[in-house]
Design a protein around this ligand. Sequence first.
Ligand code: NAG
Ligand code: NAG
Ligand code: NAG
Ligand code: NAG
Length: 329
Amino acid sequence: MALVGLLLIVASAAAVLLAPPASAALPRVEHVPKADGTLAILAVGDWGRRGQFNQTLVAQQMGVMGEKMDIAYVISTGDNIYDDGIANTSDPLFKESFSNIYTAKGLQKPWYLVLGNHDYTGNALAQLDPAIRNVDSRYTVIAKSFIVNSGIADFFLVDTTPFILHYWNNTKFDWRGVAPRDIYITNLLKDLEYALTESKAPWKIVVGHHPISSACGHGNNTELEQLLLPVLKAHGVDMYVNGHDHCLQRISSRDSHLQFLTSGGGSKAWAGKYKATPDKVEFLYDGQGFMSMRLSKTEAHLAFFDVAGNVLHCWGLAKTAAAAAAAGH
Ligand SMILES: *[C@@H]1O[C@H](CO)[C@@H](O)[C@H](O)[C@H]1NC(C)=O
Ligand SMILES: *[C@@H]1O[C@H](CO)[C@@H](O)[C@H](O)[C@H]1NC(C)=O
Ligand SMILES: *[C@@H]1O[C@H](CO)[C@@H](O)[C@H](O)[C@H]1NC(C)=O
Ligand SMILES: CC(=O)N[C@H]1CO[C@H](CO)[C@@H](O)[C@@H]1O
């Protein structure tokens, strides 16, 4: 034991020496599960279009399921406001695309959101500004990357836009607080690794805007395959939930238990374009809708819904009680 402890100290000292400065623990929100120990949430992405392209219909059905499942919160996988995010916290586009659309009783819960590339071509900091909660108290982006800790599940919201190299050639992107890219990504991955190592939750779920593995229009993503995926695999992450591709999709990793879930059907969809991925495509719907998730310590029940509220695909994941207990230590 002493030897192991010593090696760990040496290893962490080396890591500290090699580490670039300015990294810190990821900010976190504590959101406790229900008294019965279960947690229900919805996930949607690529939505803010003033209700157009069936955004309103998806919102209505989210409201129905949100109420039925008594959800704790909604996760947004990004591209929250089209085409260029918001200009400031009083930009009318925010109410027109969020507050006036997700009006259902079942959706009056916190929304935890990542930014997508379309949010980044406006004022990327406006959606993070706490003043936005004076406009709508639900809208919770405490940082570009943060953790929602719900006891049985930790959601790690990761800012993926800076990973994508070709965006750095586009002058429309708001890189305040991000550039230079390499240091930002190194620190983010280090913070994520630390947070995953510390996590005691049986379910570890990472959320990012861009897909790692996808068979829809944009396809898989080299930068994330190279930089983010190894971290997810090394730390036993159960699910990676993304948007960006305007579809609903479930893919099983070819070489780990990781599930790649795309919930990017919040408004404009029907791209009709497909890509190859080396992983196993279990389900793919190129239209609009959203995803639900109900978790207990040992079970996960997930489903995709269309604009009429029909279940398109549902599935379950299980952990042995031993695995769930081990995660708690
Ligand atoms: C809205 O959803 C319906 C049903 O899925 C679909 O047929 C229609 O094309 C969608 N409309 C738009 C504008 O995407
Ligand atoms: C906020 O943005 C909107 C939309 O671009 C603009 O009309 C308004 O003047 C801005 N308000 C402030 C306080 O800058
Ligand atoms: C960015 O632009 C430079 C200069 O035009 C080019 O050499 C480079 O390949 C571009 N990078 C990407 C990732 O598109
Ligand atoms: C962008 C990218 O990495 N695409 C890859 C996705 O997977 C297919 C099939 O393995 C590869 O051919 C692509 O290069």
